[in-house]
Design a protein around this ligand. Structure first.
Ligand SMILES: Cc1ncc(COP(=O)(O)O)c(C=O)c1O
Length: 374
């Protein structure tokens, strides 16, 4: 079976993970600040902290805004469930908004009709790695949370996605462009927010066990005592995850080149096929991360089943949140998300795909079109 998403790790990732175990230092350790430093320099993200998942980073991002309890936060419906869960767990209410049917990204015009005095923040998702047009959204004057789970490596007007707004998050889970197994990151334009995030991720304690041990007993009578600055849950990343991430950062440009090559091949083959709507390219000055390749087609379910019968797994990212039974009582109609729910399909895109597999997928899709006279 050809998988739809995937990552690629090699000997360096394995060596770094083993070295943590050999040194008996598997929890939070020295690889974490090294990973943070490397990430900051590579992507020009000056204020950045690693945490244990993108989902938890979202909860931390909403918490960092210190919104009045019960505030409304605009969230695109076409996103991963953690976006809404983070808002709810932080004590607020997600208000779902529609997206542009072509870019699958939220636009100012989707947000504006929902604004009222209860709306205190806006969450945006750089869907598939294509940057959201942020400037008009910033002009609305509310704090913005950037979900850059798909958008490590993406840029907007030359700036790194995830680090342009008040706060942004990354995911390093098993299928992301940069994987640490499970892992996430948080960035902000405010240096002090990331200093706070580094305390929050360790239950609100200023120093991790590692840092306390490193500082050791020097000049302190009771070095085992610590200050708890605020209540927060534990989100510490492991030394193993950060070690894997360090090796991934080294090979990321090569991984991105593979993704881009596959993307270009799909675009070349599908652009002139009238029944397939291909994904939008990044505008001049922006950079795409090529996280997923999502097409829009008639007979989408039939195509997905036909591909599955031929050992090609596809999926839809995402089942719109406002259509999920948990949120259906909110009773909103979002026509573009609902249309995408009927005809959008993510086809395989990841660095372990061979060009023979990519050609097989393209041939199968073309064959489906012929058999169905599309
Ligand atoms: C848009 C989006 N946001 C957040 C997340 C959560 O990231 P994680 O899997 O690291 O918790 C994901 C994960 O797929 C995602 O796709």
């Amino acid at each position: 079976m050809i998988s739809v998403f995937g990552s690629l790790v090699g000997d360096e990732e394995i060596a770094n993970a083993i070295s943590c175990m050999k040194s008996q230092w598997m929890g939070f350790g020295s690889n974490v600040p090294k990973f943070e430093d490397f990430f900051s320099k590579k992507f020009n993200v000056p204020h950045f902290a690693m945490v244990d998942s993108g989902s938890n980073a979202l909860f931390m991002a909403v918490s960092l805004l210190d919104l009045p309890r019960g505030s409304e936060v605009i969230v695109p419906s076409l996103t991963w469930v953690s976006c809404a869960q983070a808002v709810i767990i932080a004590g607020h209410k997600p208000v779902f908004c529609d997206v542009d049917p072509l870019t699958m990204n939220v636009r100012c015009e989707d947000i504006e009709p929902l604004l009222n005095s209860k709306v205190k923040a806006i969450m945006v998702v750089h869907y598939a790695g294509l940057a959201v047009d942020l400037d008009p959204i910033f002009e609305l004057g509310l704090p913005v949370i950037e979900d850059a789970a798909h958008a490590v490596c993406s840029t907007y007007k030359g700036k790194p996605c995830g680090a342009i707004a008040d706060v942004g998050i990354y995911s390093f889970d098993a299928v992301k462009n940069l994987t640490t197994g499970e892992g996430g990151g948080i960035a902000s334009i405010h240096a002090e927010w990331i200093e706070r995030a580094k305390r929050m991720r360790y239950c609100g304690i200023g120093k991790s066990g590692f840092e306390a041990a490193a500082a050791s007993a020097k000049g302190k009578v009771r070095w085992w005592e610590y200050n708890i600055t605020e209540p927060f849950i534990k989100m510490l990343p492991t030394n193993i995850a950060a070690g894997i991430g360090l090796a991934q950062l080294e090979r990321l440009d090569a991984l991105q080149a593979i993704r881009e090559n596959i993307w270009r091949h799909y675009q070349f083959e599908f652009t002139n096929i009238s029944w397939i709507i291909t994904p939008v390219e990044a505008p001049e000055g922006d950079r795409h991360s090529y996280f997923t390749y999502c097409i829009r087609v008639p007979k989408r379910d039939e195509l997905a089943h036909f591909l599955l019968e031929n050992e090609v797994y596809t999926t839809l990212r995402y089942h719109p949140l406002h259509m999920n039974p948990l949120y259906r009582q909110m009773d909103v109609r979002l026509p573009h998300c609902e249309a995408l729910n009927e005809d959008a399909l993510s086809i395989p895109m990841h660095p372990r795909l061979s060009m023979e597999e990519v050609d097989k997928i393209i041939d199968l899709i073309k064959k489906f079109g012929k058999v169905n006279s599309l």
